[in-house]
Ligand binder design. Structure first.
Ligand SMILES: NC(=O)c1ccc(NC2CCCC2)nc1
Length: 253
């Protein structure tokens, strides 16, 4: 079942960064993922194709004009809701006011139905449109961008790599350390000696169980050192706790 993602945006050409390249481009080509853009400018009725409007109460900048945006969202939602036996598509608005996006949310979106991503421009959109047509606000992080398109593409990329058939070997996604709530372990490739540094010998041993444990321990130690906040949130398995304790108990000379 192809996953449909509709994007409401004034700059549909930006989406080629996702649809025309790499793993995401392949997912589109293989029809695992279907991406379609809806441009509010195509829903304008005036000669100048106006898509922005002035804010009540004054202040700098403009807002997206309600009518073209609302009509584009309706069309996008209808397309995204087709074929999913009347389960209507979730409508997501990208903004700094949204809940911060993380891997678990990517998994939820990958596992659920089709969805619509609204990429705002200018100073944003009318609050009443959010109340009437938006199901969820999502932020990709605590910073302000000139548009929601990059946030939309971040979400699309994180979601599509979790779709069945997209990544080469099936275990890559669930082996991702972030899906474990941990940072990734270090990785090495040829040559064996680079910059006078050797590849950790365990990785050359061919002992897959030892390699698995070494990688898990490295992920745990890195998370402890760089993102203790992630570690505090995670219930460690007995093996994970043992590996971390083993590392911490080594003399640090
Ligand atoms: N942190 C974020 O996910 C994010 C999303 C949208 C945005 N800007 C948009 C929102 C309405 C007008 C420009 N800035 C930041």
């Amino acid at each position: 079942m192809v996953k449909r993602i509709a994007v409401v945006t004034l700059f549909p050409e930006m989406l080629s960064a996702l649809t025309d390249f790499g793993v995401s481009g392949r997912a589109v080509k293989q029809q695992i993922l279907e991406v379609r853009c809806w441009n509010p400018r195509d829903y304008t009725a005036d000669k100048h194709q106006t898509v922005d409007d002035r804010p009540y109460g004054g202040g700098p900048g403009m807002l997206m004009m309600i009518q073209p945006l609302s009509d584009a969202i309706a069309a996008a939602k209808q397309w995204a809701s087709e074929g999913s036996d009347s389960v209507s598509a979730k409508v997501i608005y990208l903004s700094p006011q949204g809940q911060v996006f993380h891997q678990a949310q990517a998994q939820v979106l990958a596992d659920s139905g089709n969805f619509v991503l609204i990429a705002g421009r200018y100073e944003g959109i009318d609050e009443r449109l959010i109340e009437a047509q938006v199901d969820q606000e999502i932020s990709i992080g605590d910073y302000v961008l000139s548009g929601g398109e990059l946030g939309a593409m971040v979400i699309m990329d994180a979601v599509m790599r979790l779709l069945p058939g997209v990544l080469g070997h099936v275990d890559s996604a669930n082996e991702d350390s972030f899906s474990e709530g941990l940072l990734d372990c270090p990785h090495y490739t040829r040559p064996e000696i680079y910059n006078d540094c050797a590849v950790p010998e365990v990785l050359l041993s061919g002992n897959h169980e030892r390699i698995r444990q070494w990688r898990l321990q490295q992920s745990l130690v890195r998370t402890q050192e760089r993102r203790p906040d992630l570690l505090s949130r995670k219930q460690l398995s007995a093996e994970q706790q043992r590996l971390l304790d083993e590392y911490n108990s080594k003399d640090c000379t």
